[in-house]
Design a binder for this molecule. Structure first.
Ligand code: FAD
Ligand code: DLZ
Ligand code: SF4
Length: 507
């Protein structure tokens, strides 16, 4: 009688908790490609190719390591289309005495796992996912007696807990955070590193064909597919990042350039989130580069903060906020997502760049997600649930636990400030400062009204005016409201009329 171990597409780690201490000879692992997962949002084609090919390669790796793996493909005739259905079928195929699984990464799948003890007539053990630094209990205890949940204080605890960039109990460099040094605009640079491109092998080609025929209408191109699909190749990209991009990662973290989708970013999130890379191992490798004098402190600290700070913090918020978090809409935003989010066809150059590269690569870096597509959605009052579903569909790194707090909380302020102390709302001036987009745009970033005026300008003031009742008392919004009050009435009327005309045309 075997122990049965289901492994999901975001659990592709050899040291997964459900595998720990098991006798390989007495276990059967199940991995299943199922409609339920490929269809809960219209995933980008490259995201699907990445996950399904990485699953197939991981199954082979596990077999080579001595495990028995039962793998169900999406095209298998008997495939029931759901995890629960596949487990029921597999229990009939194998003599199974117990089921052991690593906890789910999101509320939807957790509800399913919680139903298994009643559904199946065998003991079900659900183990914690120990690939995170902060446990659920630790995060809950950190939230106790705090009026506000702010990443910066949580991050300090994670630095202390991990010992990363610490000198005893003091932060390396004498301060916790070097973010003030990480806001430089970038210039075109021929020496800019490019992420490695991994040519699809026969397994990936098979998945590409299957995805192209089953999901022809989904966003994306697979012709440029070049993600790593094995841990070995993901480690190659990790090394490439450490050697070539990390030294300037900090300086240009917030920069954007036309036709440069990657800049000095790591492009590691798909691998970290699916389990091919270990986030703590990566952070330790970053610290080694710093201690060896190869990268400056603002790069090393900045990178480590993203991973043990922001990544762990958004996971904590996701589980703390509960399954109803997805329904939050503090600013009562209802406008439907414009069609150009799926096509990139808009004459706003910043948006066509961010969306165009999303279509091409299933990737955009953080500032593009936050300050271009996210900022536009916030200013235009787009429905936050629709915005969330878009982010969940289009990025290769998107799983609900990490995407939802970032989109609904950080970028749309739909949680009323649980995650961010103020909305990330900005006019064209910010985009112009941090990018070269405006110089290639048909709009004039300096104009606020009139046919050539940058839409972000009037939309910004419309956002301020529309949400005055909800945001006026936020101390971090005092300056914009002071500026709004100082403005002449005629200017206010003209700005709001211009914004409303634009929004009407948006449909
Ligand atoms: P780098 O810039 O190289 O950063 C290094 C690593 O830090 C990333 O790989 C990632 O693991 C981590 N990281 C950085 N910022 C964050 C953050 N805010 N939250 C969590 N981890 C972070 N990240 C996802 O992994 N999945 C998502 O679905 C996702 N959706 C987002 C939606 C919106 C609206 C916004 C504003 C951000 C979102 N992020 C998401 C966070 C961030 O944009 C991506 O992690 C990052 O762009 C991934 O690219 P990279 O690996 O090159 O990151
Ligand atoms: C995203 C995704 C897709 C597209 N397909 C599958 C799949 O067929 N089988 C699978 O195990 N996982 C898939 N995933 C990832 C899952 O959505 C993710 O692992 C679960 O939602 C758990 O959070
Ligand atoms: Fe975007 Fe406005 Fe700049 Fe055009 S002018 S790129 S719309 S910020």
């Amino acid at each position: 009688m075997a122990t049965f171990i289901p492994i999901f597409g975001d659990q592709l780690s050899h040291d997964l908790s459900s595998l720990a201490g098991q006798d390989k000879k007495a276990c059967v692992i199940l991995m299943a490609e199922v409609d339920e997962e490929t269809e809960y949002v219209p995933h980008h084609k490259s995201k699907m190719v990445y996950i399904l090919s990485a699953m197939r390669h991981h199954a082979e790796d596990l077999r080579r390591a001595g495990w028995t793996v039962d793998y169900v493909k999406l095209t298998d005739a008997e495939n029931s289309g759901s995890f629960t259905g596949e487990i029921a079928r597999a229990i009939e195929r194998h003599k199974v005495s117990a089921l052991c699984v690593t906890e789910a990464g999101e509320w939807r799948v957790k509800a399913m796992l919680d139903s298994w003890p009643d559904r199946f007539d065998i003991p079900v053990e659900i183990r914690p996912d120990d690939r995170f630094l902060c446990t659920h209990a630790e995060f809950e205890s950190w939230t106790k007696d705090r009026k506000q949940l702010r990443m910066e204080f949580f991050y300090r605890d994670m630095r202390r807990k991990s010992g990363l960039m610490m000198n005893g109990d003091k932060p390396e460099g004498g301060q916790w955070n070097f973010d003030a040094e990480n806001r430089k605009p970038a210039k075109r640079d021929l020496a800019m590193p490019k992420p490695l491109h991994f040519a699809p092998n026969a397994v990936t080609q098979d998945v590409i064909q299957m995805v192209e025929s089953r999901f022809a209408g989904n966003m994306g191109e697979t012709t440029k597919f070049g993600f790593a699909v094995t841990r070995e190749d993901a480690l190659r990209q990790q090394k490439h990042f450490l050697d070539h991009a990390l030294p300037s990662f900090g300086d240009y973290q917030d920069a954007m350039l036309t036709a440069e989708p990657f800049l000095w970013h790591s492009i590691l999130s798909p691998y970290i989130n699916s389990g091919l890379l270990d986030p703590l191992e990566l952070c330790r490798a970053v610290e080694v580069q710093y201690r060896a004098g190869k990268v400056p402190i603002n790069a090393a600290e900045g990178f480590i903060r993203q991973v043990i700070g922001w990544r762990e913090y958004v996971r904590g918020i996701y589980w703390h906020a509960g399954p109803e978090y997805v329904e939050s809409n503090a600013l009562a935003a209802t406008r439907p997502l414009p069609a150009f989010y799926w096509t990139g066809k808009t004459d706003m150059h910043c948006l066509s760049q961010a969306i165009g590269q999303t279509i091409a690569h299933s990737y955009a870096h953080h500032i593009q997600r936050l300050m271009i597509t996210g900022n536009f959605a916030l200013l235009a009052g787009l429905n936050p649930k629709e915005v969330h579903k878009w982010y969940l569909a289009v990025y290769a790194d998107a799983y609900e636990w990490v995407e939802l707090p970032n989109s609904l909380g950080m970028s749309q302020f739909a949680d009323g400030g649980m995650l961010a102390s103020k909305p990330y709302a900005a006019s064209g001036a910010y985009i112009n400062r941090m990018s070269d987009y405006c110089t290639h745009c048909r709009y004039d970033v300096k104009q606020r009204t009139g046919p050539k005026a940058c839409p972000f300008n009037a939309l910004y003031w419309e956002f301020i005016a529309r949400n005055e009742g909800k945001l006026r008392k936020n101390p971090r919004m005092a300056m914009p409201y002071k500026n709004w009050e100082r403005m002449a009435d005629a200017d206010k009327v003209a700005l709001r009329a211009h914004a409303q005309q634009f929004l009407e045309k948006l449909g």
